[in-house]
Design a protein around this ligand. Structure first.
Ligand code: 4NP
Length: 154
């Protein structure tokens, strides 16, 4: 079965949809099959498409994420995914509080995959400007490249 990867941020409308989009694109480029999804620890935006600024950032990289819909992370996700990546340290703490005692999934911080960025957050662009979304893209795209490289080496 192909590896299943879930990205989790707070609202599932900015950072984790961009991580999902970046990994989908990198996986297609590399020719590897991955199951990819994203979710939020909060429920405020459930059912909503990504923030228009996140959609615009994805489009700048040729990726249409307008059909994505926000959902909240659920306990079942720790059984149906192999890897659950938190976009920032608070997301990670919230995930760990939600995880069953024996999760199938490995739960970790996304930027731990990027050399020199261990322990750090993907910048939260929600209260930022267009430049903040561009920085978010840089972070998630770098992490996505690491994920693809890890699976390509197996
Ligand atoms: P995200 O960004 O967690 O990257 O989707 C946010 C979305 C919504 C809020 C904060 C961050 N909010 O406060 O509603």
């Amino acid at each position: 079965m192909q590896p299943r990867i879930l990205f989790v941020c707070l609202g599932n409308i900015c950072r984790s949809p961009l991580a999902e989009a970046a990994l989908r694109a990198r996986a297609v480029e590399a020719g590897i099959a991955l199951t990819i999804d994203s979710a939020g620890t909060g429920d405020w935006h459930v059912g909503n498409p990504p923030d228009p600024r996140a959609q615009a950032e994805a489009l700048r990289h040729g990726i249409d994420i307008s059909s994505y819909r926000a959902r909240q992370v659920r306990e079942d996700d720790f059984r149906t995914f192999d890897f659950v990546y938190a976009l920032d340290p608070q997301n990670l703490r919230d995930l760990q509080a939600l995880a069953p005692r024996r999760p199938l999934a490995r739960v970790g911080l996304l930027m731990d995959l990027v050399p020199g960025r261990a322990g750090t957050a993907v910048i939260d662009p929600y209260y930022g400007d267009e430049q903040a979304f561009a920085e978010t893209w840089e972070d998630v795209n770098e992490a996505a490249a690491r994920i693809v490289a890890n699976f390509s080496r197996r």
